[in-house]
Write a protein that binds this ligand. Structure first.
Ligand code: ARG
Length: 217
């Protein structure tokens, strides 16, 4: 067996364009997923049992079903309710909802890690539950959560390869296209894998750098 990468060189720019779509999709999904996840995670700790159960059920369902099925439900399922979403939109919604389930648990952990004394002190100061949550607890919790949310970004870069099943031309989909015209399957997916590795490495190194800076300051 010999590997011949020359066949895919003319298609490298296509792969890089696909990588750009992968980055866009992961970035948007980690952003919306974190916003939704912070909301769900906050509901997970409110002093109202029914609300807590609803949030817990949401997280349970999201984490207990495959992302692929969630994407199919949104893209292929929702049209039966008259909701036809463009593939990219459906993909971002699916990835964001999926991510929110995981971020929800990160947030709950982050909130529960804030010392109880903070709640008691706020109560003494006469702050309401919402004000305490918004101004005292969440700012500290979010700082605790940032590393885990950074990891979620890296996870989404990899998970976004499932968007290829919705024919979104992200890196994996473009890889399939390049493979089908060059027949250089091994070479194509070696290069695709390397590009993913570069994306995840650059992301996690940058996040580590930012974290270190924050710890110092
Ligand atoms: N591969 C998992 C699945 O199919 C998705 C995991 C997503 N993880 C995450 N942290 N967003 O269900």
């Amino acid at each position: 067996m010999t590997l011949d990468f020359s066949a895919i060189v003319p298609y490298l720019h296509m792969l890089l364009t696909g990588a750009k779509v992968t980055i866009q999709a992961s970035f948007l999904s980690v952003l919306f997923g974190a916003l939704l996840g912070i909301f769900v995670g906050a509901l997970r700790v409110v002093p109202l049992a029914p609300v807590r159960s609803i949030a817990a059920t949401y997280i349970y369902i999201i984490r207990g079903t495959p992302l692929l099925i969630q994407l199919f439900l949104i893209y292929f399922g929702l049209p039966s309710l008259g909701l036809n979403l463009p593939a990219f939109t459906a993909g971002i919604i699916g990835l964001s909802i999926n991510s929110s389930g995981y971020v929800g648990e990160i947030v709950r952990g982050g909130i529960e890690a804030v010392p109880k004394g903070q709640w008691e002190a706020s109560k003494v100061l006469g702050l309401s539950y919402l004000k305490t949550m918004r101004f005292i607890i969440l700012p500290q919790a979010i700082r605790n959560m940032l590393p885990a949310i950074g990891n979620e970004f890296v996870t989404l870069i990899k998970e976004s390869s499932l968007l290829s099943t919705l024919a979104i031309t992200e890196l994996t989909m473009v890889g399939q296209q390049v493979r089908s015209v060059t027949y250089a399957s091994f070479e194509t997916f070696i290069v695709v894998g390397i590009i993913y590795l570069v994306l995840t490495s650059v992301t996690s190194f940058s996040l580590q750098y930012v974290e270190k800076k924050w710890k110092v300051s």
